[in-house]
Design a protein around this ligand. Structure first.
Ligand SMILES: [Fe+2]
Ligand SMILES: [Fe+2]
Length: 288
């Protein structure tokens, strides 16, 4: 039974996505994703406007995640050693996580676990893209980071229905996605897609967010979508079992076929990727 009228749901969603804090970060994110001509000076300037971001970036760069020998003390130095794309991804991660830090989320929703999952999918997606040469690894990183963003919107602004979804997951033994489908007029993937359209994100990114649970042909970038879809399932399966019992039965058949070599060897490479995820989370998710 759908617990909230779909018209009301849409109206509220439109209101929520129009609140002032979101467009600021949206603008920044968008500029960095789409404006490939953005100059080094411009990027440095955007970063340096926000001292909290500067200190987070420098801590991230100096963390075990990157493993540099000497200490990096300025943004321009970070840019030299990391390169433009890596720095851009680091900045994006820090800003998005900061904006959606979920100080006021629903009780059963742990925002740190949420970001741990998203960072996991981002890093795993980047790895898959590098291994398969199917897609730009940095774009897959960003898509992975944002794929479940609809859940944060749900937990912050649709507390009551979200709470019922979580209860149904717990009591009825359903997956989050199934419970959502039973109870809400829109699921988190559609909500995220809606947000992507509002933010004027690239269509490939919007499609990846929107269809990550239901891969389909005809989207604007099928390879990116399949990579994030597979990365999501790898990370989820790994979290649930925390062992080597992977369950890839829900992977879209074409994606499973294309990424067969990576799926077959997942136990070999994922250990290293998991360390990378852990180290990124340590810096990105810990308070100063
Ligand atoms: Fe999802
Ligand atoms: Fe996910």
């Amino acid at each position: 039974m759908i617990i909230m009228d779909s018209k009301k749901f849409y109206q509220k969603l439109d209101r929520v996505l129009g609140i002032p804090t979101l467009p600021v970060v949206a603008f920044k994110v968008n500029k960095m994703i789409q404006d490939y001509d953005i100059s080094i000076d411009e990027l440095t300037r955007i970063i340096e406007k926000d001292q909290a971001i500067v200190s987070k970036i420098l801590r991230l760069v100096n963390s075990a995640f990157y493993g540099f020998q000497s200490k990096i003390e300025t943004v321009s130095h970070a840019l030299i050693v990391l390169g433009f794309n890596m720095l851009r991804n680091a900045v994006l991660s820090v800003s998005v996580i900061k904006t959606f830090s979920g100080t006021d989320t629903c009780k059963g929703f742990n925002i740190k676990d949420f970001w741990r999952h998203s960072i996991g999918v981002a890093i795993t997606g980047r790895h898959l893209a590098k291994q398969t040469h199917l897609e730009n690894p940095d774009d897959c990183f960003i898509a992975g980071l944002l794929h479940d963003i609809g859940k944060v919107i749900l937990s912050e602004y649709f507390k009551e229905p979200f709470d019922q979804v979580l209860t149904s997951v717990r009591d009825d033994g359903l997956s989050f996605y199934e419970a959502e489908r039973n109870l809400l007029p829109l699921n988190h993937a559609q909500i995220g897609g809606h947000l992507g359209v509002k933010w004027q994100l690239p269509l490939s990114l919007v499609d990846t967010i929107k269809y990550h649970h239901e891969v389909r042909e005809g989207v604007s970038n099928l390879n990116q979508l399949m990579i994030v879809h597979v990365a999501d399932i790898i990370v989820n399966t790994h979290n649930i079992d925390s062992g080597n019992a992977w369950d890839f039965s829900n992977i879209y058949p074409k994606a499973a076929e294309i990424m067969m070599p990576q799926l077959e060897s997942v136990s070999d490479w994922f250990t290293l990727v998991a360390t990378e995820i852990e180290s990124a989370c340590e810096t990105l998710l810990n308070e100063e």
